[in-house]
Design a protein around this ligand. Structure first.
Ligand SMILES: NC(=O)c1ccc[n+]([C@@H]2O[C@H](COP(=O)([O-])OP(=O)(O)OC[C@H]3O[C@@H](n4cnc5c(N)ncnc54)[C@H](O)[C@@H]3O)[C@@H](O)[C@H]2O)c1
Length: 255
């Protein structure tokens, strides 16, 4: 088998119609995986499903809301009936715009904090819970959590709950990884730096300041995130688990 081949594997990518998710879904399909495209944005999800199918991939659209556990369970069951049991889970949903998404904590309300926790912690755990027991029973699985450099460092960008919720899911997964380490299942976090999505585009002053701190001096491409996910999902990465891997052009060096 070719190195890093994912032939015969089925991957569920959440938030797959987004900027980063598309790069991940394309990379997984390119390496032979069947792909479940999850996103609440049906129009963009349908377009991605059509594109991957036209390129010859096995693909299924599953537009469930990751924050709704019952919807996640039903969506995973339907996807598995249409394709095959999920071997690879990539949690890549990103926070949608909310009225007070970027607000100083001193002026925030508890209701402003909850969507970050719902998406980044409950959303990820709902999907993990729906697939993890099956992975363990079959003796093979890969879980890749997309996180942010902000889980490890502060930034003055009025997104403190982004850092908090990503750090929370990273810490939770680090221990779940050890619960399943003897069952052929690896769980890793990929903490990415600045990507040029629509929200980022809308905040040019933050982008300039953040980009100035990236030694590589440019945005990360979705295809570069996809390539890292393919590696972590591969047979070859079987001994890498319970870790956070940083992909950010040198902007976070662990100190
Ligand atoms: N953009 C950046 O600079 C950056 C930096 C670090 C980490 N990240 C992380 O990368 C991941 C993807 O971010 P992105 O920049 O591609 O965002 P994006 O907004 O382009 O994509 C996110 C997708 O998630 C979908 N979504 C939102 N809520 C959902 C829900 N409840 N259920 C299902 N789907 C839902 C949206 O429809 C959207 O298509 C996120 O986890 C984000 O935190 C992004």
């Amino acid at each position: 088998m070719a190195p890093f081949s994912l032939a015969g594997r089925t991957a569920l990518v959440t938030g797959a119609a987004g900027w980063t998710g598309q790069g991940i879904a394309r990379a997984l399909a390119h390496h032979g995986a069947a792909v479940v495209v999850n996103d609440i944005d049906r129009e963009r999800a349908d377009a991605l499903v059509a594109e991957l199918a036209a390129a010859g991939a096995s693909v299924y659209g599953a537009p469930f809301d990751v924050t709704d556990y019952d919807a996640v369970s039903a969506g995973v069951r339907e996807s598995e009936a249409a394709l095959a049991p999920v071997d690879i889970l990539v949690n890549c949903v990103g926070m949608p715009g909310t009225p007070n998404k970027h607000i100083e904590f001193a002026h925030s309300d508890p209701a402003d904090w909850r969507p970050w926790i719902d998406i980044n912690i409950y959303g990820s755990l709902n999907c993990l819970r729906a697939v993890l027991a099956g992975m363990c029973a079959r003796g093979w699985g890969r879980v890749i959590q997309i996180s942010s450099a902000m889980a490890a460092r502060g930034l003055p960008n009025r997104e403190s709950l982004l850092g908090g919720s990503k750090a929370g899911i990273e810490g939770t997964l680090r221990s779940i990884a050890l619960e399943v380490v003897d069952r052929g299942v690896t769980i890793n976090t990929l903490a990415v730096g600045l990507l040029q999505n629509a929200t980022v585009h809308a905040r040019p002053e933050i982008v300039r300041a953040t980009l100035a701190r990236v030694p590589a001096g440019r945005f990360i491409e979705p295809s570069e995130v996809g390539a890292a996910v393919v590696y972590l999902a591969s047979e070859e990465a079987a001994m890498i688990t319970g870790q956070t891997h940083h992909l950010n052009g040198g902007s976070y060096q662990g100190h």
